[in-house]
Design a protein around this ligand. Structure first.
Ligand SMILES: Nc1ncnc2c1ncn2[C@@H]1O[C@H](COP(=O)(O)OP(=O)(O)OP(=O)(O)O)[C@@H](O)[C@H]1O
Ligand SMILES: [Mg+2]
Length: 235
């Protein structure tokens, strides 16, 4: 289980997360809804060890992540696919993917096979493997970002707004792939503004507002809730 307990985060004097508690059971696909600035990315960056929590605990399979180095956190199986993709645009697609395996360089054996799995999941990336990542379409770049995270051998994948800026058809395909990754055994925590599509594939969801969890529930419950529909679905 990935478990956040009373996690707080400050940027200077600004409290971006206040005592956030949530969890994702092994094998679950959990969605984190929240408007711009709610704190979704802050929560992921704290779990990844990029930001230091001001209080609270984040554990994966009982192991404390707060205070661990980002590389140690990835090695333990908690891997983030960051908002905005963060690719190296001049480098080839394959090199970008291989970077995801850097933390496993002392145990590089499985990486070639995982690269094959990424190409099986996203066949277009095999065709484009020698092209600069920056020459790909937005959707293809998001595939590279997810593929790079998979090269980190995630047991839990933290996906930060994978549908941002993509066309509707591409978004649909992206969510299908995320569901497939989850069904193959990877626990997924998905931050999304595209609430409807995200809830369609989720097992459970939380709503984050101004650094607080204000709601938790099954997708059906949230989809049936007028205030949630108004705020996050626009219907
Ligand atoms: N490095 C930073 N320094 C100071 N404030 C920050 C920093 N990063 C984020 N914030 C602030 O913290 C709050 C939460 O931001 P965060 O990026 O976590 O929200 P988000 O839910 O991911 O939003 P979005 O949907 O726009 O990605 C916002 O008020 C934001 O302005
Ligand atoms: Mg964000």
């Amino acid at each position: 289980m990935l478990k956040f307990e009373n996690v707080s985060l400050k940027y200077g004097s600004f409290l971006a997360l206040e005592k956030v508690s949530l969890h994702a059971d092994k094998g679950e696909l959990v969605v984190l809804l929240g408007a711009n600035g709610a704190g979704k990315s802050s929560l992921f960056l704290t779990a990844s060890g990029i930001h230091q929590a001001a209080g609270g605990s984040i554990t994966w399979e009982g192991k404390e992540l707060v205070g661990s180095k980002p590389s140690t956190i990835v090695q333990s199986g908690v891997v983030q696919c960051p908002e905005g993709r963060k690719l190296f645009p001049q480098m080839t697609v394959q090199k970008n993917l291989e970077l995801g395996a850097y933390v496993h360089r002392r145990d590089a054996g499985p990486s070639q096979q995982i690269l094959e799995e990424v190409f099986a999941l996203f066949p277009i990336l095999r065709d484009k493997k020698d092209d600069p990542a920056g020459s790909l379409s937005g959707g293809q770049q998001q595939m590279v970002a997810i593929g790079r995270a998979m090269m980190g051998r995630p047991k839990v994948l933290l996906l930060d707004e994978p549908s941002l800026g993509l066309a509707p058809l591409v978004i649909k395909q992206m969510f299908e792939v995320i569901q497939r990754i989850n069904q193959s055994g990877t626990t997924v925590l998905l931050a999304e503004q595209n609430a409807f599509a995200a809830l369609k594939i989720a097992h459970r969801a939380y709503v984050l507002e101004n650094g607080h969890i204000v709601r938790e529930g099954k997708p059906d419950e949230l989809l049936a809730d007028d205030s949630i529909r108004k705020a996050y679905i626009g219907a």
